[in-house]
Design a protein around this ligand. Structure first.
Ligand code: ZN
Length: 197
């Protein structure tokens, strides 16, 4: 006697631009049907599928940062309620008290949209007698810095979410890639011209 179970999976599709939603759904269903027709080699049988939801890439992602230090590592007081189906405590309601894990104190938060309110920046730097400065055109950089900052607020205040210093060229490229993965919608500005090899 077989038992029927349901697996919830996420499938990612590359879709040509400009298809309307109905056509997108029809093509996804056709493609899944093609997979579903394939013979099982594991002794189980897929007996049907249903497309529950199609999620489109978002154009806005909101971050909350500590207004004091800019850290994204913030917490909100909340109540949880027991969910019998999930077998978990799930969030019920969020309260006004917020705290920062970095400052270790209660704080107020600022809300930043990743697409319009923050930027990934890379700088080429040279050493000077007492410190360092940005490399000018034609100067060979000694190291690179990568920062993720908020755009200036109305009071001109800028918060730094990440600062990675003293990177070589490969580390700088990797740091930008990691930050782009984390802040998918934030624009990247390189404040230097790459030398043409
Ligand atoms: Zn803080």
């Amino acid at each position: 006697m077989d038992t029927q179970i349901t697996a919830t999976v996420t499938l990612n599709f590359d879709i040509p631009e400009g298809l309307d939603a109905q056509v997108q759904r029809a093509r996804i269903e056709d493609d899944l049907g093609r997979l579903y027709d394939a013979d099982s080699t594991t002794g189980i049988a897929c007996t049907g599928f249903e497309v529950d939801a199609i999620k489109h890439p978002s154009t806005s992602r909101i971050h909350f940062l500590c207004a004091g230090c800019g850290s994204p590592d913030v917490r909100a007081d909340a109540y949880a309620a027991w969910d019998v189906e999930a077998g978990l405590w799930v969030m019920h309601s969020v309260y006004d008290d917020k705290s920062c894990e970095k400052c270790g104190s209660s704080c107020s938060l600022i809300e930043v949209d990743e697409a319009t309110g923050m930027e990934i920046q890379a700088f080429a730097m040279v050493n000077e007698e007492d410190g360092s400065r940005q490399a000018q055109n034609g100067e060979t950089p000694a190291f690179y810095d990568v920062m993720v900052t908020t755009n200036p607020a109305s009071e001109g205040e800028i918060h730094t979410l990440h600062e990675l210093d003293d990177l070589n060229h490969a580390q700088m490229q990797k740091a930008i890639a990691v930050m782009q993965d984390t802040y998918l919608l934030a624009p990247v500005t390189c404040h230097f011209r790459e030398e043409v090899q």
